[in-house]
Design a protein around this ligand. Sequence first.
Ligand SMILES: C[S@@+](CC[C@H](N)C(=O)[O-])C[C@H]1O[C@@H](n2cnc3c(N)ncnc32)[C@H](O)[C@@H]1O
Length: 284
Amino acid sequence: MTSPVIDSTLPPTDEISDEELTEIGRLLSIGRCFDLSVYKAKCMKRRVAIRMRSTRCRDAAAYCGLLRQNALELDLLQKTLTIHVSQFFRNPSMFEKLRSEVLPPLFRAGRNGLAESLRISCLGCASGEEPYSLAILLREHFGRELRRTATTIFGTDIDAETLEAARQAEYNEDRLKEVPQETRERYFRRHGARLRLIPEIREMVTFGQGDIAAVGGYAASNLVLCRNTLIYFTRPDQERILNGIADILPPGGILVLGKSETMVGDARLRFAPLCTMERIYRRV
Ligand SMILES: C[S@@+](CC[C@H](N)C(=O)[O-])C[C@H]1O[C@@H](n2cnc3c(N)ncnc32)[C@H](O)[C@@H]1O
């Protein structure tokens, strides 16, 4: 087995050609069934360069050599390509909008008062911060509705390790910056330097591995949050994913995107803006 060309004396270059990115994609597809082609090339090149620098590979050819020989590097690369930054109550004003304007009519959607069931999905849920924030919000403000409406919160992500962290539900302080002190005290318990979510909230959320690019695999839902995930996909794939989400929402169902994401292409015909500022859309 030949060693990849790694030269610790030279500053690594970040230059990655389209062909080299395609080769990296091929290695990820074979080794990890991971489809790199659905993500924006520029963004992926920047992320690959991070791994090239960490492994001190002189160029992309050397890095491809490393990927061919080292299965662990495939895992580390996939992890770097799928960005897992999240926070409890990220963009608090969006959660306030859900509380005051979105959730009450969704709970009332049933013919005789309260709906019989309400299904919520968080696509690209990272370590669970977003679905657990929803669970806390429901527990805090919709106790009566929860008793009468079978409510499920389902979090999916492509990354198995991140989902395992979600199931553990233990967080560093920085993930809770937006959580008011009172809420912290009520729903988290200190565990060494970290904060652990109480079982009552953990039990409200179910997690499963899923690829949002594999349209057709999402569960039917009344409310979908897909925030800060779509942005990494190419425009045609964003459109395909948004149409896939439209397919699983009933008329009146709600989709929430991230602050820097928006409706694209054909999908615009299937959603009406409910709050442009918070990127909340209603399925028409
Ligand atoms: C930046 S985080 C967003 C977390 C959360 N939604 C939020 O807004 O705080 C993006 C998440 O999308 C996940 N992701 C990336 N590609 C994905 C895919 N093809 N299918 C499902 N999840 C994906 C990543 O693993 C990561 O956890």
